[in-house]
Ligand binder design. Structure first.
Ligand code: R5P
Length: 295
């Protein structure tokens, strides 16, 4: 047991070296807690400052979505290429190997499906998120929708709960027929989500004015891919989004519904982390696809 006898005296105080005080590399998070920063650093690449999140939480409202019928077969082989997996706790526990080492963003609100009215959601218990080693909790927020107040309350409660454990909150811009997709709407939604406590925001890309959506959002934004597009267009969407300031993608259908998901996720990575042009990334997709299909 340590005691005071016989200890060598401390003398290495480096008095001529100033203590480091570095700014955190992600926008708006300088004052975040250590746990939040540590978890964000597991999601967002330190060098590019961006992330490729693989989203496959669609089943929680859509059931066995195309490409997700057998997540053990379609999703598991893609996990190694993702910086983070975004899914429900049900998918996590049933198909994601705990030893994969990837940070997890958990879908953290639920309550309705495409068969009824979307976004009438409540929250799940924080203790399960801690048990699952979550790196972010993601509630849906339906700004301008019938459940606006309820979903903003869900976001605020998530931010309060996660703050106790140093877990980031990912505010998710809801989908819904009545909800907008232009820069004015997305700018308002992202800003409201941030001001109510989100650590980062997931939203949609819009062709006009997305750079303003990003500029007016004080924390990092990742974009959802939306409905399946031809691969070249999806890569262009990712390129335009990061070029306009997005900190990456949280992409689902445009990866797992691709002709060759394994090639697509690698091409998306090239765009997000290496600024590959859409043309180069599409060539990469085609080359990889040929290689993979030959095997
Ligand atoms: C939306 O909130 C969904 O739960 C998905 O996670 C999200 O839309 C990303 O997937 P996709 O790229 O297919 O739109």
């Amino acid at each position: 047991m340590a005691d005071n006898e016989g200890n060598i005296e401390a003398d290495n105080f480096a008095l001529d070296v100033k203590a480091k005080s570095e700014a955190f590399y992600l926008k708006g998070l300088q004052n975040a807690d250590w746990g939040v920063k540590s978890r964000m650093s597991r999601i967002f690449n330190r060098k590019s400052g961006r992330a490729v999140m693989l989203a496959f939480d669609h089943g929680y409202i859509m059931g066995p979505t195309r490409g997700l019928e057998r997540m053990d077969l379609s999703i598991v082989p893609l996990i190694k290429y993702a910086d983070c997996v975004m899914c429900t706790r049900g998918a996590l526990r049933t198909i994601v190997p705990p030893e994969c080492g990837k940070p997890v963003a958990l879908r953290w609100s639920a309550g309705s499906t495409v068969l009824t009215e979307l976004n009438d959601e409540c929250l799940i218990d924080i203790e399960d998120a801690v048990k699952l080693d979550a790196c972010a909790l993601a509630p849906m927020v339906a700004i301008g929708g019938a459940f606006e107040a309820k979903t903003i309350q869900n976001l605020a409660k998530t931010a309060d709960m996660t703050a106790k454990y140093g877990i980031p909150t990912l505010g998710v811009t809801a989908v819904g027929k009545e909800l907008g997709r232009d820069a004015r709407y997305l700018g308002l939604a992202c800003r409201v989500i941030t001001e109510n406590g989100a650590t980062f925001v997931k939203t949609y890309y819009c062709d006009e004015g997305f750079e303003k959506v990003v500029a007016a959002c004080p924390v990092p934004i990742v974009i959802a891919g939306g409905k399946k597009l031809p691969e070249a267009e999806a890569l262009e969407l990712a390129y335009k989004a990061v070029n306009d300031g997005a900190a990456g993608v949280d992409m689902g259908r445009n990866i797992f519904q691709s002709e060759c998901p394994e090639a697509m996720i690698q091409a998306v990575r090239a765009v997000v982390h290496e600024n590959a042009s859409p043309k180069d990334a599409f060539e990469m997709f085609n080359d990889l696809q040929h290689e993979i299909k030959k095997l």
